[in-house]
Design a protein. Structure first.
Length: 332
């Protein structure tokens, strides 16, 4: 782990906010985004917080949120900035490439679909408004220790390191000291490379989700000519309730979003054939190791947009963001 002097730490990247900016062509220092506070979730009532928008440079960030050792005599601190950057650097390129390819009916999009899922899932994992959910999603992971002595020493500093921000952050976020430290330990165990030339645990999780022949993977991309997609302060929402299928919705940019569905094929075909036929079909699928990601592309489907925006309002922590300050689609 390399120390750096980054104190203002975004939990939803500047580049993703830029893709939703009200002035996307402005200088990086002047990029702004409209912010809406939730007034009434059930009736989808929002309050615009400023007609000028918020500066992206200080939005969806907290001072030293991910710092686990902050020496008092130096501006340097240990945090996860370098580990995060691996997933952040290609977000804009992958987003624009994916939409361009879909619009020209180019099916060579597996890399964009998978890499964007990794970057977007990271937003969930590192979101301070979802700490309890993240800890529940990876139970028991922090019971293990890194085998590498250097990594083990860094891992130990998450507990023993100086964290003057901890009390302030825990009060602001409504979490306990134990939850905060466990969350930082979980981020370390997921993102730090434990063995040379091997994926980290985070990438192993994604690989398992995407390549498991027992799981049906689908992505639904929706793009719009003029209407706007909301960006949640949690970085994700769930289009369907937890159950046999796992699903995530992510904002791609101001005019597009994506749904990922990871489904048990048996539940998809239940009731559509004899038990013997279904069992044989699923066995053949597993034997052949089919790993295709099924992608559906829609343009200007207002019903899908209304559902996506409503879920963002229902499931955000306190705010949603947008490139437009009026005319938001919340009803089909």
């Amino acid at each position: 782990m390399e120390a750096n002097d980054t104190r203002n730490q975004h939990f939803l990247t500047r580049v993703e906010q830029k893709l939703n900016a009200l002035n996307p062509n402005a200088d990086a220092r002047n990029l702004r985004i409209y912010s809406f506070e939730i007034v009434n979730r059930e009736n989808y009532r929002l309050a615009l917080e400023s007609p000028k928008g918020r500066p992206i440079g200080s939005n969806l960030s907290l001072f030293d949120l991910f710092s686990f050792d902050v020496p008092g005599t130096s501006p340097l601190r240990l945090n996860f900035e370098k580990l995060f950057q691996k997933y952040e650097t290609s977000i804009e390129v992958h987003t624009k490439n994916l939409l361009a390819k879909l619009n020209r009916n180019d099916h060579d999009i597996k890399a964009e679909i998978i890499d964007l899922f990794a970057a977007k899932l990271l937003n969930f994992v590192r979101n301070p408004f979802s700490v309890a959910k993240v800890l529940n999603s990876f139970p028991g992971l922090t019971r293990y220790d890194p085998a590498d002595p250097a990594l083990l020493a860094d891992y130990g500093r998450i507990v023993s390191g100086r964290k003057p921000q901890q009390t302030r952050l825990c009060t602001e976020l409504g979490i306990t000291d134990t939850q905060y430290v466990e969350w930082l330990r979980l981020l370390f165990m997921l993102l730090a490379p434990m063995m040379k030339d091997r994926p980290n645990l985070f990438e192993e999780v994604i690989k398992t989700l995407v390549e498991d022949p027992k799981t049906h993977v689908a992505a639904f991309v929706s793009e719009y000519d003029t209407e706007r997609c909301l960006l949640s302060d949690r970085g994700f929402s769930q289009p369907i309730e937890d159950g046999p299928h796992m699903a995530f919705s992510f904002n791609l940019c101001s005019t597009a979003f994506i749904d990922y569905i990871f489904a048990d094929p048996a539940t998809l075909v239940e009731g559509k054939g004899s038990p013997e036929f279904i069992a044989r079909a699923l066995a053949d699928r597993e034997r052949l190791g089919q790993k295709q990601i099924h992608v559906t592309f829609r343009r200007n489907d207002l019903g899908m947009l209304a559902r996506f925006n409503r879920r963002a309002v229902e499931q955000c922590y306190r705010r949603v963001y947008c490139s437009a300050k009026e005319g938001l689609v919340l009803q089909a």
